[in-house]
Design a protein around this ligand. Structure first.
Ligand code: FEO
Length: 169
């Protein structure tokens, strides 16, 4: 494997674990506000990110590449309103999409079609991640300012259950 591609894939392990940490921090924020459904949604999001990290980890191992784990950054975003974390999550997913696209383009340039094929799933996943983040913002705008609406939305988000993304790969 081209060293540049290996380095980008290795770095993405860290980026995905950082995403997990960021979403756990958001869950922590909502938990402190008494919104256990929002907290549940983001705890599950954090688990998904951990599994994304493990997919990169496993892919490198499967291709006989060395994995080097780096320190995970402290989530440093501050939230004032109940909507702030939702906006931050969408921004973060757009950033992750740009990272995946960057690796994809580099893999294509290096004619590393195995990596390109591996990343196909992530390209699709990022579309879903951005849509989910956008949908949450829309629902919050529609219902969040009304206490009953917020209660119902919180109850809906409480129903999210974890399914391991690696099972679909
Ligand atoms: Fe790992 Fe939310 O993308």
């Amino acid at each position: 494997m081209d060293k540049k591609i290996r380095d980008l894939l290795n770095d993405q392990i860290n980026k995905e674990f950082y995403s997990a940490y960021l979403y756990l921090d958001i869950a922590n924020f909502y938990s402190a506000k008494g919104l256990d459904g929002f907290a549940n949604w983001f705890e599950i999001q954090a688990k998904e990110e951990q599994s994304h990290a493990m997919l990169f980890y496993q892919f490198l191992h499967n291709n006989d590449q060395l994995v080097e784990l780096e320190a995970i950054g402290k989530p440093d975003k501050t939230f004032s309103t109940l909507s702030d974390p939702l906006e931050a999550a969408l921004e973060h997913e757009k950033y992750v999409t740009s990272l995946i696209n960057n690796i994809y383009a580099a893999a294509q340039k290096a004619k590393d079609f195995r990596t390109v094929q591996f990343l196909d799933w992530f390209v699709k996943e990022q579309g879903e991640e951005e849509k989910n983040a956008n949908d949450l913002i829309t629902k919050m705008e529609l219902f969040g300012s009304d206490p009953k609406g917020l209660y119902m939305l919180n109850s809906e988000l409480q129903g999210r259950v974890y399914s391991d993304p690696s099972l679909v790969l």
